[in-house]
Every structure is written in structure tokens, then in C-alpha cells.
Design a binder for this molecule. Structure first.
Ligand SMILES: *[C@@H]1O[C@H](CO)[C@@H](O)[C@H](O)[C@H]1NC(C)=O
Ligand SMILES: *[C@@H]1O[C@H](CO)[C@@H](O)[C@H](O)[C@H]1NC(C)=O
Ligand SMILES: *[C@@H]1O[C@H](CO)[C@@H](O)[C@H](O)[C@H]1NC(C)=O
Length: 481
């Protein structure tokens, strides 16, 4: 039998490498004098042997796979279902997948993934109907909310909340895009029946990750998922899409906010997104009496955001393989465009179960305040956010406010009322000052979080404070990180 021969050969190979690994250190200890001199050489040999062993191991697994496929016709244990979809004739491979990783990729440092060994078996997938309305009868755009899901059943908290505040099911269809094929999560999504539609990322093949970035594999999958889902959704003809992650709660006026701002994206080519998130949105840093306040920011905040079809057309053709949000913040993509962000966040993450950025959540994200009031954005004049108006008023004004030091601010030594300005000229001063004030202190592509022309706006003891570079600021320094 051929299979038996192959098994014997591979069995011999494995035994042989074990024997070598076993004897290596023995030889070594018998020659204590040579040990120092040859330590490195031996080490290298050992490493080599280990590598060979791993290779043999892999070969074995491959061989077994081949043999299984060839000979084991009765009742295969692990079944891979290939399911052809009638609508778009795409193929779904349902295999186990590692858990999802949070939306904010600056939390990426030490994310590890552990595959969940649950078997999945698919029932037919729901697709976005191929003919969808992209405009309402009154010519208002239909703006789908695209929710990214993987294997967190707590997505129900996110969906309940979206459905609760959704003013119109026609105008805001909720599309949940699921990667990973986790069955439990899938069932949760399907339990919403007509209220949400489910689409599933079909490419469940293993993704290529350079060896050095193995631990970031989750981010490669996220980028693949985003690329696919956005392509899929925009291909239906929508002009805007709102992106939400499965661990976000939204504010009562979440939809009103996007409804009131979407036209700005078309009006002002220097705007490329509307985000619901304030990175410095902790309760003590915001003005809770002004939930209607909005800003322009050079920093892409993500975490509940809207983009246009035109922007997606531009980005989709060069969409990255991983770390899409750092990529999008790079000058090559951003091209000096800015987002709108609120004074008080309209989204809040309710925690990332099973991911090692729990610490970051406990230390920071949980304190971000979610706006509670309903602001009628659609009835407001928001043209102050257009570049020409904003730069003439917001930026000009800031440089009329008196400059104070952090110390004066802290010790309440400022006698006059009204806003003040703290100046920074170097990265170090910026870092030190933000740390003392409890602001986010990091940069992406040289841009501080929430900054517009380098200016970061926040509250301190009921006073508006602008942390600002000096007036002849020349632009962001990519080396600030
Ligand atoms: C996999 O997920 C299921 C729930 O879907 C859970 O009960 C199980 O403990 C998980 N297994 C691992 C290894 O995480
Ligand atoms: C989206 O679709 C376009 C056109 O088919 C293609 O060129 C592009 O590579 C796709 N992008 C992604 C991220 O899948
Ligand atoms: C809206 O505000 C802008 C200034 O930001 C002003 O020029 C314009 O007249 C206002 N429009 C209306 C209809 O009030």
C-alpha cells in the first residue's frame, strides 16, 4: 500500500529528528571546554534541527491531509462545506476563525488571536437585494449602516441600540457584514429577521501574513473584510455608508447627526468623513452644555463614521492588506482632508471581550461620555463647518486668546474669564502637557488626536482651552509619533 509506505517514511523522519535533538545537548555537555567556543555553532545546529523537525511535522500533516482526502471516504470528522450561492455564485468556505479585534487599530500592539474550535455549518446566507432604493421618494439619500461583525454575540447590544434610535428603516437599512462564520453570532444576527440584513465575507481562505507580522493576522482579516463589505455595499449604488463596529453603542441623535451633516461631505471637497467619535471625549474634558458643537479635525477618528461613494472609489483600488486605519491617516491617502467630529461622542465602545486591549478600555475608553440629548442637527445651520467659514472664524479666534502655562491653569491663576491658549512647539512639550491634562498624547502620521491645524480643543475646570502650536505653524511633522 502506498499510503502505508508514506506513513512509514514520515514516521522514520520524525523519530530520526527526535533522536538528533535528544543527543545534541549530551554531546555538548561532554565537552565543557569547547562549550564556550562552540556554543553558538551548536546553538545554530540545534535551531537548524528544530526547523527541520518543524518542516517534517508540516510535511506529515500535509501527507495525512492528502491521505485522508484520498482514502477516508466514510464519515470525515472535520467537514469543510462548500456552498454555492445562487445570487452571486460566490463560494463560502466555512472554517474556524480567530476572534475579532477591536476597531481602533492603535490598540494593535499586543493583540493575539486564539482560534475558537467551534465547528460551523451554514444555512443559506442573506444578501443585500440586488435592486435597492438609494433614494427615498422625497429624494433624500438612503444611508445604510454597515455593521462589522465576527464572533461577538454581544453584537445584540449594538443592534438593539441602533434599531431603538433608527428614525426610519427605509432610510437607514442596517446591513451586518460577518466575517469568520461564527455560528452563534450568526444566529444572533439572523434573529433580527427583517430588521437587519446579513451579508457574509465569502473568502475564508487563510490569509497571507509576513512571518514578522503573524500576531497581527487579525488586522489582515479586518482589512480584507472592510474592503469586501464596502465594495459590496457601495456596489448597490448608495452615495453614503455609515460604518459601525459590533461593540459600539450609539447616542439618541446618532442618525440625526449623520443626516444633518451628510450634505457637507458633498459641498466641501476638503471634508472626507463625518465621525461620531471624540478621542478626547472624557466627561471632564468636554462641555456637556454644548452637545450641538461640532469641529473639523485633521485626525481620522473612525469609530462610527460616514464616507461617500466617491471616496470609496478612490480608496478601494489601493485598499491595504492590513492596518487600514493607520493607512488611511497617511498623507498619501488623507491629502489634507478632514473629518467632522462632535464635542460629545455619539458612539461609545462597550468593551472588547476576549481581546488583550482590555487594559486600554479600562484605562481610557470607558470614560468617553456618550451624548444623551437629542440635537436637531438637520434643522441647524452647519455651514460654519465649511472650510472657508471655519478657518476664518475658529482658527482666527484661537490666536486672539491669551497664552497661559499649564501651571497657571492648574493653580487657577488666570483672572480673566473666557478661553485661553496653551502653546506647544515641540513634540516633547505636547506629550508632557497632554499627559498632565489627561488628553490623548499620541500622533498618527504626525497628527495629534482631534487636532485641526495642530490645535486641540478641550475643557479644563469649565474653561475652554486650546492647546495650539504657534501662529506661524507650517504643518504636521511626520516624525512626531
Ligand atoms: C468557542 O466559542 C464558544 C461559544 O461560541 C464557547 O462556548 C467556547 O468556549 C469557545 N472556545 C474557545 C476555545 O474559546
Ligand atoms: C473593489 O472593487 C474594485 C472594482 O471591482 C476592485 O478594483 C477593488 O480592488 C476592490 N477593492 C477591494 C478592497 O476589494
Ligand atoms: C448659516 O451660517 C453662515 C455662517 O456660518 C451664514 O453665512 C449664513 O447666512 C447662514 N445661513 C442661514 C440660512 O442662516
Amino acid at each position: 500500500m502506498r499510503s502505508r509506505k508514506i506513513l512509514m517514511i514520515s514516521g522514520f523522519l520524525v523519530t530520526w529528528t527526535y533522536v538528533i535533538i535528544y543527543f545534541m545537548p549530551k554531546v555538548n555537555t561532554e565537552l565543557p571546554l569547547l562549550r564556550n567556543r562552540h556554543e553558538q555553532a551548536v546553538q545554530q545546529l540545534e535551531d537548524g534541527v528544530r526547523q527541520e523537525y518543524h518542516k517534517t511535522d508540516k510535511l506529515m500533516i500535509n501527507l495525512l491531509g492528502i491521505l485522508q482526502a484520498k482514502y477516508a471516504t466514510e464519515a470525515p470528522e472535520k467537514e469543510i462545506r462548500i456552498q454555492a450561492l445562487p445570487q452571486n455564485s460566490q463560494t463560502i468556505l466555512s472554517l474556524q476563525e480567530p476572534p475579532a479585534i477591536g476597531p481602533d487599530q492603535e490598540l494593535q500592539q499586543d493583540v493575539l488571536e486564539t482560534p475558537n474550535e467551534t465547528q460551523t455549518s451554514h444555512r443559506p446566507q442573506t444578501e443585500i437585494p440586488s435592486t435597492v432604493a438609494t433614494r427615498l421618494a422625497n429624494n433624500q439619500p438612503v444611508i445604510p449602516v454597515l455593521v462589522f461583525a465576527c464572533n461577538r454575540i454581544s453584537i445584540s447590544k449594538c443592534l438593539d441600540n441602533l434599531i431603538k434610535y433608527r428614525p426610519s428603516t427605509e432610510q437607514f437599512p442596517i446591513i451586518v457584514s460577518q466575517d469568520c462564520g461564527d455560528e452563534a453570532t450568526r444566529n444572533v444576527i439572523l434573529s433580527y429577521d427583517q430588521q437587519v440584513s446579513l451579508i457574509e465575507q465569502p473568502d475564508q481562505t487563510d490569509i497571507f501574513v509576513p512571518p514578522k507580522e503573524k500576531k497581527f493576522k487579525g488586522y489582515y482579516k479586518i482589512a480584507r473584510h472592510y474592503g469586501w463589505a464596502l465594495n459590496n455595499t457601495f456596489s448597490k449604488g448608495y452615495e453614503f455608508v455609515i460604518i459601525v463596529e459590533d461593540d459600539l453603542n450609539v447616542a439618541p441623535d446618532f442618525f440625526e447627526y449623520f443626516l444633518g451633516t451628510h450634505h457637507l461631505l458633498k459641498q466641501d471637497s476638503s471634508l472626507w468623513c463625518v465621525s461620531a467619535w471624540n478621542d478626547n471625549g472624557k466627561a471632564n474634558l468636554i462641555d456637556s452644555t454644548h452637545p450641538e458643537l461640532l469641529y473639523r479635525t485633521d485626525f481620522f477618528p473612525g469609530l462610527g463614521w460616514m464616507l461617500t461613494k466617491e471616496l470609496w472609489q478612490e480608496l478601494s483600488v489601493k485598499w491595504p492588506k492590513s492596518f487600514w486605519d493607520d493607512w488611511i491617516r497617511h498623507p498619501e491617502q488623507r491629502k489634507n482632508r478632514v473629518c467632522i467630529r462632535p464635542e460629545i461622542s455619539r458612539t461609545r465602545t462597550f468593551g472588547k471581550v476576549g481581546v488583550s486591549n482590555g487594559l486600554f478600555f479600562d484605562k481610557y475608553l470607558r470614560y468617553i461620555k456618550l451624548s444623551e440629548e437629542f440635537v436637531p442637527f438637520t434643522k441647524m445651520n452647519l455651514s460654519y463647518l465649511l472650510k472657508d467659514n471655519y478657518d476664518k472664524t475658529f482658527l482666527k479666534e484661537i490666536y486672539t486668546y491669551p497664552v497661559v502655562t499649564y501651571d497657571e491653569l492648574r493653580r487657577n491663576l488666570i483672572t480673566r474669564d473666557g478661553p485661553v491658549r496653551i502653546q506647544y512647539n515641540t513634540r516633547e512639550v505636547y506629550k508632557r502637557t497632554t499627559k498632565m491634562l489627561g488628553l490623548m498624547d499620541d500622533f498618527k502620521s504626525g497628527v495629534p488626536r482631534t487636532a485641526y491645524h495642530g490645535v486641540v480643543s478641550f475643557m479644563h475646570n469649565k474653561r475652554r482651552v486650546y492647546l495650539a502650536p504657534n501662529v506661524n505653524w507650517k504643518g504636521y511633522d511626520l516624525s512626531w509619533s
